[in-house]
Ligand binder design. Structure first.
Ligand code: THU
Length: 153
């Protein structure tokens, strides 16, 4: 079954969605990305309206680098807050060409499995808001839609 594609301008978002994507954009400034120079920010929204951000944390070995979504989810879990997550927004700034990253900053496969684990902890699906490379539009989906038939869950 194919999902409907939802793409909106920032002005079409709810105030809370807009605040979330703005926080993810701000979180790109906390990235440690000296190797790719691709700065990714991910911000979680909790049921009470509060937020928690993460950014990518790279490693000289390249393959050990941690994505922004994984950093945000793992640190929210460490803070005992994961079960209240309702949405995640993802944004990026940097040198990788849009032709490489795609138009919208979509979670990598590993992050999708990490999101699937978060869904399992929460007991409900998590909205996923992906900013466009130009920062003008948002494509919306959900964690479950991003990883059908997730391993083990
Ligand atoms: N990256 C993320 O943080 N999230 C994604 O969804 C895709 C990729 C990071 C990993 C690496 O530090 C850099 O972007 C380039 O791939």
């Amino acid at each position: 079954m194919s999902e409907a594609v939802i793409i909106q301008l920032l002005a079409e978002l709810t105030p809370s969605q807009r605040a979330l994507v703005e926080a993810a954009t701000a979180a790109t400034r906390s990235a440690y990305a000296p190797y790719s120079r691709f700065h990714v920010g991910a911000t979680l929204l909790f049921a009470d309206g509060s937020q928690h951000s993460g950014a990518n944390f790279e490693n000289v070995s390249y393959g050990l680098s941690l994505c922004a979504e994984t950093v945000a989810i793992a640190s929210a879990s460490a803070a005992g807050r994961l079960k209240d997550v309702v949405a995640i927004a993802i944004a990026a700034e940097g040198e990788l060409a849009a032709a490489v990253t795609g138009e919208f900053i979509a979670p990598c496969g590993r992050c999708r499995q990490v999101l699937a684990e978060a869904v399992s902890v929460c007991g409900h699906d998590i909205a996923v808001l992906m900013l466009s490379r130009d920062g003008l539009r948002v494509r919306s989906t959900t964690a479950r839609a991003l990883l059908p038939l997730a391993f083990g869950l």
